[in-house]
Design a protein around this ligand. Sequence first.
Ligand SMILES: Cc1ncc(C[n+]2csc(CCO)c2C)c(N)n1
Length: 224
Amino acid sequence: MNRYGHAFAAWRAEAQPDWDAYTRHPFVEGLRDGTLPQSRFLTYLVQDYLFLKNFSRAWALAVVKAGDLDEMRACSATVHTLLDHEMSLHVQTCARAGMGPEVLADAQEAVTNIAYTRYVLEAGYSGDFLDLLAALMPCVIGYGEIGLRLATEATPDTPYREWIDTYAGAEYQAACVSAGALLDSAIRKRLGEAPEKSPRWAALSDRFATATRLEVAFWELGRE
Ligand SMILES: Cc1ncc(C[n+]2csc(CCO)c2C)c(N)n1
């Protein structure tokens, strides 16, 4: 168990090499020491804006797939945060770099971006609430872990301090803890107290690992 819960800790351990490739990717290290070129960061931000749009849809699908009101509330709060806070942060950062809303509106989705968001949505369409949550978790909690590490390890003058502070901040960390708790509670309700013994465990862990590999590819899309 870590700060983000039991299932997350178990799946993270099962996906360890991919997890490290995601959270310690050269792109992340470039944010940490400030060597990431601004042009690559902006390419990432525009793609991430498109990503979040589809990711909001995936959390909305989680409202549909949820089993009770508490699960519905948790997922619907995430939809709200994404649409009204997270995405506006991207819009503001792009505007400061001279890219207006028309740049975001006209941007073409990179194929790795399509692969990732459609994989997550498909997990929800063809699977149940747990399939969808397993595909959603690497994204949410991975950034929390990256933010916490970079908050202490980043060079003091990195130009990416605002990005780091967003994900290291108390508000985002609380969202990650809630997401981990939602996952553990959803698993307990459906698979019981020894979920690792469930015949579904391996497939769920595999979904988590696949989404983690898609995060690795996402860092690389500035190089496509
Ligand atoms: C590729 C990519 N992966 C993860 C995140 C982080 N993230 C995705 S959704 C969300 C809010 C809660 O679900 C956060 C912080 C991102 N922005 N882009």
